[in-house]
Design a protein around this ligand. Structure first.
Ligand SMILES: [Mg+2]
Length: 429
């Protein structure tokens, strides 16, 4: 068996995305993703997926070049490659202080997000070469299926007129009745029993009413509200008080660890985050201050599936819960999320996934939700197969774009409908 990497292919694509609203604006008609293929000397191909914006591509390209001749089993070596690429990137851009690039957490996350795409591809290839599923390479599954939550969004019926976009049949959801109708459809179609509403879009009273309506329509179902840090500490505490009896947790009500700690000190409602704990370096302060009770992991920006397991171990040590965050993603990432989630012992909350919102994929067969769960594949690797024709079509869309959609910008998408729109200052309410 020869595990030497002989070819790496990077394919940036644009994927149709419905007009989902958040505190920054609205999703663009198409969102960029990057598909990674790693091929071994034996002709085994592993696939990975990560963010596809230009800044990720600029790091992924030199990263891919450095993988030639390495082993797909050398997963720790990917972090060495990431360090080398960061130094190169700084030199290329003329920066003298490479420490700045390493020191800034967003730059760190950028590199880890690139690492994750390659790590997943290498694990897929290694699993295929060995005839073992990815969860086995991670130590083995502790459950046969992984529960996901319905990810509810305030939403327009369509993207603004004039924008090139794919139609969707979900309709608008701009008030409590619309949110409940959307939730019902999620439940009927996919069997989800746990609901998360993306908030920070309307004044808090309207979002409180929407969650109340969900609680009445689906009694006893776990509910979550995530305004992405749009509220002040005072507003967060008001919402926590009004919804405390129905919320499983409140997600990032206020921005940053100090504000989250202040909220946590004033309520018994658990706080979850994918904003104030996004790197290992942010854990100490947040955990010692009791700012968060649930960390939403994301293998993309935490640096892969093995780092996700390390994060889960740290959370376990501190008695902090763990669940999973999601950005717009396709089936490769859903498969990766499912494999790693299957290996985390104390996963007590349903994971988030945007997947039902994506009508397009690059796989020959879409993954499915049954009773709100994805079955853990026991096939070699991730257990998914790339559809090269679909990949080509979505890459063609990326090639044809004039550059305006190659970088996700929800505020720019909002300006198409509201010309004066700028990203709101935080706290917004
Ligand atoms: Mg969130």
């Amino acid at each position: 068996m020869n595990l030497t990497i002989t070819d790496v292919r990077l394919t940036p694509i644009l994927v149709a995305d419905p007009p989902l609203l958040n505190t920054q604006g609205v999703h663009q008609p198409y969102t960029p993703r990057l598909i990674v293929e790693v091929e071994t000397a034996d002709g085994v191909v592993g696939v990975g997926e990560t963010y596809g914006d230009t800044k990720y591509l600029e790091l992924a390209r030199p990263f891919a070049e450095r993988l030639h001749g390495r082993q797909v089993s050398d997963l720790n070596g990917l972090f060495t490659v990431a360090d080398e690429v960061a130094v190169d990137a700084a030199r290329i851009s003329g920066q003298v202080d490479v420490g700045g690039l390493r020191g800034v957490q967003t730059a760190d996350k950028l590199r880890l997000s690139v690492v994750s795409g390659f790590e997943v591809a290498c694990l897929d290839a290694l699993g295929k070469a060995l005839g073992l599923p990815v969860h086995t390479l991670l130590g083995g599954k502790v459950r046969d299926s992984v529960e996901f939550s319905a990810y509810l969004f305030y939403k327009w019926a369509a993207h603004p007129a004039g924008a090139p976009a794919e139609a969707d049949d979900w309709g608008a959801a701009l008030d409590p009745a619309g949110v409940v109708a959307q939730a019902r459809r999620f439940k009927d179609r996919y069997g989800f029993t746990s609901f998360k509403l993306k908030g920070g879009v309307f004044p808090p009273d309207e979002e409180i009413a929407a969650v109340r309506a969900l609680a009445e329509a689906f009694p006893g179902h776990p509910l979550r509200l995530d305004p992405n840090g749009a509220w002040s500490v005072e507003t967060s505490l008001k919402v926590a008080k009004e919804l405390g009896d129905v919320l499983e947790y409140l997600e990032d009500p206020a921005l940053g660890t100090p504000a989250m700690a202040a909220v946590a000190a004033g309520t018994d409602v658990p706080l979850a985050t994918n904003m104030c704990v996004t790197t290992f370096g942010e854990i100490r302060e947040a955990f010692t201050r009791g700012a968060v009770q649930v960390v939403l992991s994301d293998h993309h920006y935490w640096g892969g599936l093995r780092n996700t397991r390390e994060l889960a171990a740290v959370c376990r040590t501190f008695g902090v819960g763990v669940s999973m965050h999601s950005n717009t993603h396709l089936g490769i990432s859903l498969a990766a999320m499912t494999h790693v989630a299957a290996t985390v012992p104390d996963l007590h909350h349903a994971c988030d996934s945007h997947y039902p919102w994506q009508s397009e994929d690059v796989l020959t067969e879409r993954l499915t939700f049954d009773a709100g769960r994805v079955t853990v594949s026991d096939k070699p690797g991730l257990g998914v197969e790339l559809d090269h024709e679909r990949l080509r079509r979505l890459h063609r869309r990326w090639l044809d774009d004039d550059g305006t959609l190659r970088d996700r910008d929800d505020a720019a998408a909002m300006r198409v409908a509201e010309p004066g729109w700028t990203t709101p200052a935080v706290p917004r309410w």
